[in-house]
Design a protein around this ligand. Structure first.
Ligand code: HEC
Ligand code: HEC
Length: 422
């Protein structure tokens, strides 16, 4: 939380991996969509060509699995139902409560689908980093960091009763064995792969993650073109970017890291991938929230067991300090998403920015009371009050005017990638 311009070593490694994936995809000219064809090495005796073709096979396979609506119970819900290209690779399968609707009729989850674009920028697994006597959680997948890698994360929704709802690994493997891409799956992972349930199931994650890394991080937004010196922001977008970066105004870049002058879009992940309790209002539309004793505490559960702390954390730091914290997502493609924050409380970016501007000056507007309404009393002290704009005095008024809010929203729209072919 203290480094606004530097990248963690993990981040750098992630960026390097990403570059490799991009290089591979460029080398192979992967522009179109999955198709069904198996890549043939340009030179079948050259080991590099053979390895590249194998990567290409995995990516194509991953795309087909990602968009296969037969892989749910009952059938009809693909990964893509909650991670739609036209919705910033998020969306909630048509859910209107701000949270995901699963394959089982009437199954409504308690969390908003996150984008799975730019997954390769996220350091994994979750770790605790101590700098200058302050310990903070960083990385890991999902709002609560419980996913240890893209490969493993991809397996979770397949068996989650509130998402794709398959009863067990075998049932998923059987569906793939009967799919139109079964032969490609065998080609990529071995002729007998379907006989070994665990190996086949794990291979699904390898294919999906290869697809996500190669295809869902194109760096094709107007912002990226601007960073490369190939586009100019409009006056309102440029004002929005300045407010986004200004520590005395939005200070958004204090957490959602960017580096517009580096020449390299990869230096702008638009997230530190750290965790905060920012005091998002309770979403009354989530069925579980009908129980006043129910709280989603992010890193402290209930969707995970609280993580183990390593040795060497700051003196006095305990796991209870992270209760109520959620991982900051990237803001790339954010303007396309239908709902925002872990509980989907907001459905408009203007309202999101207004919340940042007035959380401290007008809590009644957000909570109906003076303090956050979505944390038990013992964790209210975990709410972020150090970083601007969350450090504002209550009587200092809004951090941003309506015109400034509109400028920031215009800037956020420059983070949307060029549309991809369906
Ligand atoms: C019914 C909706 C739904 C379906 C189907 C679904 N997801 Fe998700 N996805 C979500 C939700 C909700 C979250 C956040 C869950 C949480 O934090 O507990 C999420 C989170 C993720 C993340 C984490 C991103 C991050 O920044 O950490 C990835 C990656 C992802 N999903 C990929 C997939 C893949 C791959 C599939 C198919 C195998 C899939 N999803 C199917 C709703 C869905
Ligand atoms: C103190 C760090 C911090 C600052 C400063 C900050 N954010 Fe965030 N942002 C977060 C965290 C953490 C989340 C996820 C919170 C949650 O869901 O509980 C988030 C989530 C968001 C989301 C929702 C993304 C999604 O996919 O749902 C948007 C939009 C956003 N921030 C925009 C902004 C803007 C605009 C600013 C400046 C006005 C800003 N943020 C300042 C930490 C910060």
């Amino acid at each position: 939380m203290h480094h606004t311009t530097t990248m963690t070593p993990i981040r750098r490694a992630g960026a390097m991996l990403l570059s490799l994936a991009l290089l591979l995809s460029l080398t192979l000219g992967l522009s179109g969509c999955g198709g069904g064809a198996t890549a043939t090495p340009s030179n079948p005796t050259d080991p590099v060509a053979v390895a590249l073709a194998a990567t290409n096979d995995r990516i194509n396979l991953g795309q087909q699995i990602f968009t296969d609506a037969n892989l749910s119970e009952p059938r009809g819900t693909a990964c893509a139902a909650c991670h739609q290209a036209t919705m910033g690779f998020a969306g909630n399968h048509g859910g209107r409560n701000g949270v995901a609707v699963g394959s089982m009729p009437g199954s409504i989850g308690s969390r908003n689908a996150m984008t799975n674009s730019y997954l390769g920028l996220i350091p994994t697994p979750l770790s605790f980093v101590t700098t200058d006597g302050v310990t903070e959680a960083v990385g890991g997948l999902f709002w609560d960091g419980r996913g240890d890698s893209a490969e493993l994360q991809a397996l979770d929704p397949l068996l989650n009763p509130l998402e794709m709802n398959n009863p067990n690994r075998r049932s998923v493997v059987d569906k793939i064995a009967q799919s139109r891409y079964a032969a490609q799956f065998r080609q990529a992972f071995g002729a007998n792969i379907f006989a070994d349930t665990d190996a086949a199931f794990t291979s699904i994650g390898l294919a999906i993650a290869a697809f996500e890394r190669a295809r869902l991080q194109p760096f094709s937004s107007k912002y990226d073109a601007m960073v490369r010196g190939q586009a100019t922001l409009s006056p309102t977008e440029a004002r929005g970017m300045a407010l986004f970066a200004d520590p005395a105004k939005g200070n958004c870049a204090g957490c959602h890291l960017m580096n517009p002058t580096s020449g390299n879009p990869e230096d702008s992940p638009f997230s530190e991938f750290t965790y905060y309790a920012t005091g998002i209002p309770r979403n009354p539309a989530i069925p579980k929230n009908a129980d006043p004793a129910f709280y989603d505490l992010g890193l402290c559960g209930p969707n995970r067991t609280p993580p183990a702390l390593p040795s060497g954390v700051a003196p006095g730091f305990t796991i209870s300090h992270v209760c109520g914290q959620f991982r900051m997502p990237t803001l790339r493609n954010v303007a396309q998403r239908p709902a925002f924050m872990h509980n989907g409380f907001f459905n408009s970016l203007t309202e999101v920015v207004r919340f940042y501007s007035t959380r401290n000056s007008d809590p009644i507007r957000w909570y109906g009371q003076a303090v956050s309404n979505d944390l038990p009393a013992q964790y209210l002290g975990n709410i972020e009050v150090v970083k601007a704009p969350f450090n504002r005095a209550a009587n200092a008024g809004p951090a941003l005017t309506d015109a400034e809010i509109a400028d920031i929203v215009a800037f956020l729209h420059t983070l949307s990638d060029a549309p991809v072919a369906p």
